[in-house]
Design a protein around this ligand. Structure first.
Ligand code: FAD
Length: 435
C-alpha cells in the first residue's frame, strides 16, 4: 500500500532510514511542505539555499519517478489532505527533536487520526535522549557527554537506494521563485554537492588551522548537516578516531549532537537562559539598542574583525566559527545587547542556522549556557583579530575600504573596549553580590 515520505531536515536519498522504512511497505510518494511558520522568519539567503536544495532533490527524484510533491500550508492540514487524496496508509518521517518540530509532529499525528506518522532515524548519529548519565538524566556538560556518546556508538549508514523504490506522484505546486541573491556566494546545494564536499574535504589536516578565518580551513559541511543532504553517520563512517585530525573533527560533530540533546531535554532553552541567574544583567533597550544592533548587523562597528564577520554573514550566509564567537561576545559584552537579538539575526541569515547549535552557542558565549565560558572571560576583538587573522587577510577581504579609502569611510570604534569590559565585569560582580 502507498505511503508518504515527508521530507523535512533530511533532503537526501542516500543513507536515509525513513526512506528504507517507507519503501519496505510499497510505493512511496515524496512530499515537502512549505510551512509558513518556518518560511516566514527566514531571510532571502536561507530561502534561496533551501529552494536550491529542494530543486536538487526534485531532480534526483525525477531520475527514478515523477518527482517531489510540494504543498504549502500548515502541515496539520496539508499532510492529512494528501493522505486522503492518495489513500496513503502511513506517513514516514525522520524524527524531529526540536521544540517546534516535535510539537508540529504531535499535531500532525493527531490530525492523521488512524493513519500512523512513523518516525525512523533522525538528523543525528545518536538520537537526542538516548545518551544518559548514570542516574538516567540528560548530560549538561559536554566532556562526559562526548565520552558517553562515543561509547554508545551509532549504526552503519542505511543502504537506501532510490532506484529500487516504486515512486508515486501527485499534483504539485511550483516551488516559490528564488529571491534575488545575486552577489551572494552560496555553496552548491543538494546531496551530490554535499557528498562531493565531504569527499574532497575528508582527511584534511584540521586541528592547527581550524581557528584561522583567513585560511578558511574548516569543512563547510554545516549547511549539509543542517538540511540533511548529508547524514552525520555518513561522515562518521569515514572517520578513524585513532587519527588525530579525524578525532578532532569527530568531536566537533559531537558538539552538534550535544546541543541537540540539550535542547531536547530542555526545550525552553531555545529562548530562556540556561543559567537563569544571569537574566538580571543590565542590557540596553529601545532606540539605543536598535542603533547598536544596526551597526553590528551591517558590519560598521569600527572593529574590523567584528565587521568582517558580520559582512561575511550577509554575503555568504555563513561565518567562520572563531568569528561567530568574537561577534557574539562583542554584541553581548561590549554593546550590552541581549544575546537573543543576536541569535535571531543569525537564524535569519545563516544557511546552516540551526536552533539547537545557534541558541546554545550564543548562550555559551553570553555566559549563561551549558559549560559556559565564564562571564568574566571577555574576548578582546583587537587581540583576537591579531591572533587568528595575523596578516589581516580576512579583514581586508570583507572591508575593502580599509586598504582603499576611496571605497568609503571606515567608521571609528563604536565603543571603547576597555571601558565596556570594565562595565560588564562590574555588572556581573553586582549581580553576584545582590542576585
Ligand atoms: P567545521 O569546523 O568543519 O565542523 C564540522 C561540523 O561540526 C560543523 O559543520 C557543525 O555541524 C559541527 N560543529 C562545529 N562546531 C560546532 C559548535 N560549536 N556547535 C555545534 N556544532 C558544531 N553551527 C551550526 O551548524 N548552526 C548554527 O546556527 C550555528 N550557530 C552558531 C552561533 C554562534 C554564536 C557560534 C559561536 C557558533 C555557531 N555554530 C553553529 C557552530 C559553528 O560555528 C559552525 O557549526 C561552524 O562554523 C560551521 O562551519 P564548518 O562546517 O566549516 O565547521
Amino acid at each position: 500500500s502507498p505511503s508518504i515520505l515527508w521530507f523535512r531536515r533530511d533532503l537526501r536519498l542516500g543513507d536515509h532510514p525513513a526512506l528504507l522504512a517507507a519503501a519496505a511497505e510499497g510505493p512511496v510518494l515524496p512530499l515537502f511542505v512549505i510551512d509558513p511558520a518556518l518560511w516566514g522568519p527566514s531571510g532571502d539567503v536561507r530561502r534561496a539555499f533551501l529552494l536550491r536544495t529542494l530543486r536538487a532533490l526534485d531532480a534526483s527524484l525525477r531520475e527514478h519517478g515523477p518527482g517531489l510533491v510540494v504543498r504549502s500550508g500548515r502541515p496539520e492540514s496539508v499532510v492529512p489532505a494528501l493522505v486522503a487524496e492518495v489513500g496513503a496508509q502511513a506517513v514516514h518521517v525522520s524524527a524531529d527533536f526540536g521544540p517546534y518540530g516535535a510539537a508540529r509532529d504531535a499535531r500532525v499525528a493527531d490530525a492523521l487520526d488512524s493513519v500512523p506518522l512513523v518516525p525512523t532515524g533522525s538528523p543525528y548519529a545518536v538520537a537526542p535522549g538516548r545518551v544518559l548519565t548514570g542516574d538516567g538524566g540528560p548530560y549538561k556538560v559536554f566532556t562526559p557527554f562526548h565520552k558517553a556518546w562515543a561509547n554508545h556508538g551509532w549504526r552503519a549508514p542505511a543502504e537506501s537506494d532510490p532506484a529500487a523504490v516504486d515512486w508515486l506522484g501527485a499534483p504539485s505546486e511550483e516551488l516559490p521563485d528564488e529571491p534575488d541573491v545575486s552577489g551572494v556566494d552560496l555553496p552548491e546545494a543538494g546531496e551530490a554537492a554535499a557528498r562531493a564536499r565531504w569527499e574532497a574535504w575528508r582527511g584534511t589536516p584540521y586541528d592547527d588551522v581550524r581557528d584561522r578565518p583567513d585560511l578558511d580551513a574548516t569543512s563547510r559541511l554545516s549547511p549539509d548537516l543542517r538540511w540533511g543532504t548529508l547524514h552525520p553517520r555518513t561522515i562518521l563512517a569515514g572517520l578513524d578516531a585513532r587519527r588525530h585530525h579525524d578525532a578532532v573533527f569527530r568531536k566537533e560533530l559531537a558538539w552538534r549532537e550535544f546541543y541537540a540533546h540539550v535542547l531536547h531535554a530542555w526545550p525552553d532553552s531555545a529562548r530562556e537562559y540556561f543559567k537563569p541567574e544571569l537574566q538580571g544583567l543590565p542590557y540596553v533597550t529601545g532606540r539605543e539598542r536598535d542603533r547598536r544592533l544596526a551597526a553590528w548587523t551591517e558590519g560598521r562597528t569600527g572593529f574590523p574583525i567584528v565587521d568582517a564577520g558580520m559582512r561575511q554573514l550577509l554575503a555568504e550566509g555563513w561565518m567562520h566559527n572563531r568569528v561567530r564567537m568574537i561577534v557574539a561576545s562583542f554584541l553581548v559584552k561590549d554593546l550590552h545587547v541581549e544575546w537573543t537579538h543576536g541569535a535571531r539575526h543569525f537564524m535569519r541569515h545563516l544557511v546552516d542556522g540551526d536552533l539547537a547549535s545557534n541558541q546554545h552557542n550564543w548562550q555559551w558565549v553570553a555566559g549563561c549556557g551549558t559549560d559556559a565560558a565564564p562571564y568574566f572571560r571577555i574576548f578582546n576583538p583587537t587581540t583576537q583579530g591579531r591572533k587568528f587573522d595575523p596578516d589581516g587577510a580576512y579583514v581586508r577581504r570583507w572591508i575593502p575600504e580599509l586598504t582603499d579609502p576611496t571605497l568609503g569611510e571606515y567608521p571609528d570604534p563604536i565603543v571603547d573596549h576597555a571601558e565596556q569590559r570594565a562595565a560588564t565585569l562590574e555588572a556581573y560582580q553586582l549581580l553576584r553580590r545582590h542576585g
